[in-house]
Design a protein around this ligand. Structure first.
Ligand code: GDP
Length: 308
C-alpha cells in the first residue's frame, strides 16, 4: 500500500492528532504552548499515560531549555511527540520470517470480532500470491460462520481448508491442520481459533491445549502466536492482550480496524505495554488492506506529515 493510501486510511486517527496538535500549539499566534491542552489531546488519542508522560517531560525540558514561541515552538513540540512515538514503535517493527520452519505455523488468537478469521484469510491470500503453499485450519469450531468464511476464502485463493463439523474439538482440528500441512509439504499453516466458547470450558485452557497438541504434531510449532487486536476497542484491547499473553505467550500482533478509529494512538500504548513485534496492521476489509507494519510510516501518517 502506498503511503498516500495509508494516510487516507488512517484519516480518523490522523485528523484527531494532527489537527489537534495544530490547534493546541496554535497556528499564527505567538502565544506560549498550552501544555495542559497538549496533554489532554495526547491522552484523548489513546496513547496511554506510559507514552504521554515521557512526551510531556520532553516537551517541558525542551521549552525550559530554550523558551520559544510561534513556529519554532510548534516545530519543537512536534519533534518531541514524534521522537517518543518512534522510540516506542521502532523496536516493534520486526517482520515475520516464515522461512524458518516447514510448514511455519501461525496460530491466530483474539476475542470474537477482533478480525482473526479475516486476518487468517488475508495472510493466506498474501502468501498464496507469493507462490507459497498454504493450509488454513478452522479451529473456531464454535462459530459456523467462521468455518464457512474460511472455506469461501480458501476456495477463492486456492488454499486447502481443514475443518470439522461445528462443535468439534478445536484441538483435533488444529492437529489435523498441522498434519495436513506436513503431508502436503506446505510452507505455511494459518490456524484460526475461537475467541469465546459456548460451553463452560475455559478459553485460555483450550488455547493452551491447542498449543500443546500442535507442538506434538510438529515440534517447535506454533511458531507464531499472533494476537489479533481490534484498535477500535481502545484501552480494553490492552486488558485482552495481557490475558492472552499470560496464557499462551504472544509472539506477534496484528492490529486491525485502524481505518475505523480516531484513536490510532492505541497502537503505541499496545507497543509500550506488550513489547512484542507488531507484524501487520489492518486498514480495511480486503486482502491488500493488511499492511506490513512500518513504524516511521505509521507515525508520519498519524501526525499527518510527509513520508521522507
Ligand atoms: P473474528 O471473530 O475475530 O474471526 O473476526 P472476523 O474476522 O470475523 O472480523 C470481524 C469483522 O471485522 C468482519 O466484518 C471483518 O470484515 C472486519 N474487519 C477485520 N479486519 C478489519 C480491518 O482492518 N478494517 C475494517 N474496517 N474491518 C475489518
Amino acid at each position: 500500500m502506498k503511503f498516500a493510501d495509508l494516510i487516507q486510511r488512517l484519516q480518523h486517527s490522523r485528523s484527531r492528532l494532527s489537527e489537534g496538535l495544530g490547534r493546541v500549539i496554535g497556528r499564527a499566534s505567538e502565544a506560549p504552548v498550552d501544555l495542559a491542552a497538549l496533554e489532554a489531546l495526547l491522552l484523548g488519542a489513546d496513547l496511554g499515560v506510559g507514552v504521554v508522560n515521557p512526551i510531556m517531560v520532553k516537551v517541558r525540558a525542551m521549552l525550559d531549555a530554550a523558551p520559544v514561541r510561534g513556529e519554532a515552538a510548534r516545530q519543537k513540540v512536534r519533534e518531541a511527540v514524534r521522537a517518543v512515538l518512534l522510540e516506542r514503535l521502532v523496536p516493534c517493527q520486526v517482520p515475520l520470517n516464515i522461512g524458518t520452519a516447514k510448514p511455519y505455523v501461525i496460530m491466530l488468537l483474539g476475542v470474537n470480532g477482533s478480525g482473526k478469521t479475516t486476518t487468517a484469510a488475508k495472510l493466506a491470500e498474501r502468501y498464496c500470491r507469493a507462490g507459497r503453499r498454504v493450509v488454513l485450519g478452522a479451529a473456531d469450531t464454535f462459530r459456523a460462520a467462521a468455518v464457512e468464511q474460511l472455506q469461501v476464502w480458501g476456495a477463492r485463493i486456492g488454499a486447502e481448508v481443514i475443518a470439522q463439523p461445528p462443535g468439534s474439538d478445536p484441538a483435533a482440528v488444529a492437529f489435523d491442520t498441522v498434519q495436513a500441512g506436513l503431508a502436503r509439504g506446505a510452507d505455511l499453516v494459518c490456524l484460526d481459533t475461537a475467541g469465546r466458547l459456548h460451553t463452560k470450558s475455559n478459553l485460555m485452557e483450550e488455547l493452551k491445549k491447542i498449543v500443546r497438541v500442535i507442538g506434538k504434531a510438529h515440534p517447535g510449532a506454533p511458531h507464531e502466536r499472533l494476537l489479533v487486536l481490534d484498535a477500535t476497542v481502545g484501552q480494553n484491547g490492552l486488558a485482552q492482550a495481557r490475558h492472552f499473553h499470560e496464557a499462551v505467550g504472544v509472539t506477534g500482533l496484528a492490529v486491525t480496524k485502524l481505518d475505523g478509529t480516531a484513536k490510532g494512538g492505541i497502537l503505541v500504548a499496545i507497543a509500550q505495554e506488550l513489547q512484542v513485534p507488531i507484524r501487520w496492521i489492518g486498514v480495511g476489509e480486503s486482502a491488500e488492506d493488511l499492511v506490513d507494519f512500518d513504524a516511521k510510516q505509521f507515525v508520519d501518517a498519524l501526525l499527518g506529515e510527509n513520508a521522507g
